[in-house]
Design a protein around this ligand. Structure first.
Ligand code: NAD
Ligand code: TYD
Length: 353
C-alpha cells in the first residue's frame, strides 16, 4: 500500500472540516493534506492555527463552483483521494436564499466529481471520492423508528434537498462511470469551532450575553447529537476501510428534544458563569416556528459499528461540558466571528420573528 498520498479536503476551514484536517495532518505525516475552502462566512482559518505551519499541510483558497479552477487544481496536484465537506450547511439560510445552496452543494459537487473522473482515468485502487452528507436527506421521522442506509430519501428543506441531490450525483458517478466513491450521512454535530448560527453555539453565545434564547415552535423537535471529533474519527475509519460504492450512517444514539437540551445548557452555563441556577432558563423565548421544521431525526449506525468497528467515544454529558468550556475559554474566537456581517444576519433571522 502506498503510504504517501495527496488528499484534498474541501471545506476544511469550516466546523467539521477543521476537525478532520487537524486529525489527518497530525495522524498521517506521510499524507499531504490540501485544504480547499472559499472562506465564506462559515470558513475561518483561525480554526486551524495550531496546524497551519505543518509541512504536510497546505491551504488553497477557491470556490468549488468554479469548474475551470477545480479542473486545474486536480491537474496540478493529482490528488489520490478527495474528502468533500464544502457546503452551504445551515437550514435557516437555505430558507432565506435557496439558490446559493444549489450552486455550492449541487454544482460544486458535480465539478469535483468531473475533475476526479478526469484525473482518475486509470481507476487506481487507491483513489477514493468520499462525500460527507447529512441524515436530513432522509426527511423527518415520527416519534419512533430510525434512519437506516436504505431509508428512501425524502428531503424537505432546500438544504437537505441540495444535499440529497449531491448524494444522488455521487452515486450516479459510481454506477455510470465507475468512479470510486463512498458516502456517509451523519446526525447533528456539536463541539468547538462551530459557527454560532446553529443551535448549540448560538445559545451558548446568547446565554453569555444575556440575550433571549429563540426556541422555534414548542421546542419539541428532536435531534441526535454527535461530538464532532467522533464524526471526524468515523470519516477516517470509512475513508480507510469503507466499501467502495457503499453508504454509512453515522450517529450518536443520543436523542434530545430541543427544549430538554437547552435546559441542560442553561444549567451548565449558570454553573460556569457563577449565576444562580435558573437564571439562564429565564432567557428562553418561544418564537415563530421554522418553515417546514422537521420533527425528528434519529440514526441507526449499526452498519458502521458492526462492519467497521466505529462507535462514539464520548458521552453527551462530557461532550457538552467540554463544548461549553471551549466557547467560554475562546471568547476572542466568538467575538471575531460574531462581529460585522453576523449582526446583520442575526437581525434578519431573529429580530423580525
Ligand atoms: P460549515 O458551514 O461549518 O463549513 C462549510 C465550509 O465550506 C466553510 O469553511 C465554507 O467556507 C466552505 N465553503 C462553502 N461554500 C464553498 C464553496 N463554494 N467553495 C469552497 N468552499 C466552500 O459546515 P459543517 O457544519 O462543517 O459541515 C461540513 C459538511 O458536513 C457539510 O457538507 C454538511 O452538509 C455536512 N454535515 C454537517 C453536519 C452538522 O451537524 N454540522 C451534520 C452532518 C453532515
Ligand atoms: P440547527 O442547529 O439549525 O440544526 P438542524 O436544523 O440542521 O437540525 O437546529 C437544531 C434544532 O434547533 C432544530 O430543531 C431547530 C432548532 N433551533 C431553534 O429552536 N432555534 C434556533 O435559533 C436554531 C438555530 C435552531
Amino acid at each position: 500500500m502506498n503510504l504517501k498520498k495527496t488528499i484534498l479536503i474541501t471545506g476544511g476551514a469550516g466546523f467539521i472540516g477543521s476537525h478532520l484536517v487537524r486529525l489527518y495532518v497530525n495522524k498521517y505525516p506521510d499524507y499531504k493534506i490540501i485544504n480547499l475552502d472559499k472562506l465564506t462566512y462559515a470558513g475561518n482559518l483561525a480554526n486551524l492555527k495550531d496546524i497551519e505551519d505543518k509541512a504536510n499541510y497546505e491551504f488553497v483558497k477557491g470556490d468549488i463552483v468554479d469548474a475551470d479552477f477545480i479542473h486545474d487544481l486536480f491537474c496540478k496536484y493529482e490528488f489520490d483521494g478527495v474528502i468533500h465537506l464544502a457546503a452551504e450547511s445551515h437550514v435557516d439560510r437555505s430558507i432565506t436564499n435557496p439558490t446559493e445552496f444549489i450552486f455550492t452543494n449541487i454544482v460544486g459537487t458535480t465539478n469535483l466529481l468531473n475533475a476526479a473522473k478526469f484525473i482518475w482515468k486509470e481507476n487506481n485502487k487507491e483513489n477514493l471520492f468520499y462525500h460527507v452528507s447529512t441524515d436530513e436527506v432522509y426527511g423527518s421521522l415520527g416519534k419512533t423508528g430510525f434512519f437506516v442506509e436504505t431509508t428512501p430519501y425524502d428531503p424537505r428543506s432546500p438544504y437537505s434537498a441540495s444535499k440529497a441531490s449531491s448524494d444522488h450525483l455521487v452515486r450516479a458517478y459510481y454506477h455510470t462511470f465507475n468512479l470510486p466513491v463512498v458516502i456517509s450521512n451523519c446526525s447533528n454535530n456539536y463541539g468547538s469551532f462551530q459557527f454560532p448560527e446553529k443551535l448549540i453555539p448560538l445559545f451558548i453565545n446568547n446565554i453569555r450575553e444575556n440575550k433571549p434564547l429563540p426556541v422555534y415552535g414548542k421546542g419539541e423537535n428532536i435531534r441526535d447529537w454527535l461530538y464532532v471529533e467522533d464524526h471526524a474519527i468515523a470519516i477516517d475509519t470509512i475513508y480507510h476501510n469503507g466499501k467502495i460504492g457503499d453508504t454509512y450512517n453515522i450517529g450518536g444514539h443520543n436523542e434530545w428534544t430541543n427544549i430538554a437540551l437547552i435546559k441542560v445548557m442553561c444549567k451548565e452555563m449558570d454553573k460556569r458563569l457563577g449565576r444562580k441556577i435558573g437564571t439562564s432558563e429565564k432567557l428562553i423565548t418561544y418564537v415563530k416556528d421554522r418553515a417546514g421544521h422537521d420533527l425528528r431525526y434519529a440514526i441507526d449506525s449499526t452498519k458502521l459499528q458492526e462492519e467497521l468497528g466505529w462507535k462514539p467515544s464520548l458521552q453527551f454529558e462530557e461532550g457538552i461540558e467540554r463544548t461549553i468550556g471551549w466557547y467560554l475559554e475562546n471568547e476572542d474566537w466568538l467575538k471575531n466571528v460574531t462581529s460585522g456581517q453576523y449582526q446583520k444576519y442575526y437581525e434578519e433571522q431573529y429580530e423580525k420573528r
